[in-house]
Design a protein around this ligand. Structure first.
Ligand code: S3P
Length: 430
């Protein structure tokens, strides 16, 4: 489906972004690994997180859904049921990377994970390598891509240093560590989102952080307290960008998750002199089980270019396309570096952003590990192809609202993967 987004006059209104996708995936998975039923309020009802509910059901968990709350009656940490059919992760990279962490410890049982065309282009060797070191057998197509077969085993605890800062890979190893024969440590080159660590702490697991290293002890069982999923900071980012870019705008966003490992984009916007008020969590050394929320107050303002370096990349990874868009409107140059991971997302987001925004009149070029944008104070408009990628579709829509001539987004339905109701929310602000 194609949709045109006309230049907007001032945006105004209040909304709550949809529930957090990363936290919803983790809540369903940890619920399935728990022995007692787990109640999850405000679970994201979107394609990606529905794939997770279907997957845990295929593995023996019972799922009851009532409006936006879900109860998962788990199969238990060591009791995932072997499924005859391949487990379909759909478009969900997080499910594809986290679930094998649990399955690897199901001694003597085999599972196959597969997904859509985009999933089949995304590497899984990054999780296969540590899980093999722990003793599981994993077989991927061409050694690297889904479908992925996991044969569970009794696992050995390991110490593992990640080559790239990836919360998905870190989480996978930590989940496997729960059933290993000792304490498992994961080191990351830069801090990435820590929802798994916080939720494991909430589930009574022995877990601690020491700088860039996290150590998890083995567990007999998980007992996850009921939880409420906060609003998704990455979904909110699209509305924040729209509010900052469209002259005269003033928006209020309620109950947004502000875990500091997710608010890199907000810090970047503030550095660009964008106006975003709210009570953001400060960097935490010690682990906490809380997922803090805040209301955010956003107003249009004049922006300045900035540089985003490797350390900041994992803290804003899904919002970097929006940094490029803001850069088009800013004074001076905006540079993102150390972000080669963007090439491995739902689409190649370096190529997609550079070709997409160039087509709308931006002065932007790709580098190996990011992009450089020279701000021209605005964007003409035109047509952009979402390439089946939800975040590219929503970036195109925001570009249209802030452009001079409007933007037609090809494949806007991709937005539903993480933000059901995106079009209604946009309409309510215009
Ligand atoms: C996610 C982590 C990020 C992010 C993805 C969700 C998660 O991926 O891009 O949308 O829920 O752990 P990487 O950590 O692999 O970069």
């Amino acid at each position: 489906m194609n949709q045109r987004f006309e230049p907007a006059r001032a945006l105004s209104g209040e909304l709550r972004p949809p529930p957090d996708k990363s936290i919803s995936h983790r809540a369903a998975l940890l619920g399935a690994m728990s022995s007692e039923p787990v109640r999850i309020e405000n679970y994201l009802n979107a394609a990606d997180t529905n794939s997770t509910l279907a997957a845990v059901q295929a593995l023996g968990a019972l799922v009851e859904r009532n409006g936006d709350h879900v109860v998962v009656r788990g199969a238990g940490l060591r009791e995932a049921r072997e499924s005859q059919e391949p487990i379909d992760v759909g478009n969900a990279g997080t499910l594809m990377r986290l679930l094998p962490g649990w399955l690897a410890s199901q001694a003597g049982r085999s599972f196959t994970l597969d997904g859509d065309e985009s999933i089949r282009r995304r590497p899984v060797d990054r999780i296969a390598v540590p899980l093999q070191q722990m003793g599981a057998e994993l077989t991927a197509r061409d050694g690297r891509f889904p479908p992925l077969e996991v044969r569970g085993a009794r696992l050995r605890a390991i110490s593992y240093e990640l080559d790239v800062a990836s919360a998905q890979v870190k989480s996978c190893v930590l989940l496997a560590g729960l059933a290993a024969d000792g304490a498992t440590t994961v080191g990351e080159p830069a801090r990435s989102r820590d929802h798994t660590e916080r939720m494991l702490l909430r589930a009574g697991v022995a877990i601690h952080r020491n700088g860039r290293h996290v150590t998890v002890g083995n567990a007999d069982e998980l007992a996850l307290e009921p939880l409420t999923v906060p609003g998704d900071a990455s979904s909110a980012a699209f509305m924040i960008a729209a509010g900052v870019l469209v002259p005269g705008s003033r928006l209020l966003l309620g109950d947004v998750g502000v875990n500091w490992t997710r608010t890199g984009f907000l810090r970047i916007v503030r550095r660009m002199r964008g106006i975003v008020l709210g009570d953001l969590e400060q960097e935490t050394g010690e682990l906490t089980a809380e997922e803090p929320v805040s209301d955010l107050d956003i107003a249009h303002g004049v922006l300045e270019g900035t540089v985003v370096e490797a350390d900041e990349v994992p803290l804003a990874i899904d919002e970097l396309p929006l940094v490029a868009l803001l850069g088009c409107f800013a004074e001076g140059e905006t540079i993102v570096q150390g972000a080669q991971e963007l090439r491995l997302k739902e689409s190649d987001r370096i190529a997609g952003v550079v070709e997409g925004l160039s087509g709308l009149g931006a002065d932007i070029e790709a580098t190996d590990d990011g992009f450089a944008v020279r701000g021209t104070g605005g964007l003409r408009g035109g047509t952009i192809d979402a390439r089946g990628d939800h975040r590219m579709a929503m970036m195109g829509a925001v570009a249209g609202l802030a452009s001079r001539e409007g933007v037609e987004v090809l494949g806007i339905e991709a937005a539903d993967v993480s933000y059901p109701g995106f079009l209604d929310d946009v309409a309510s602000l215009c």
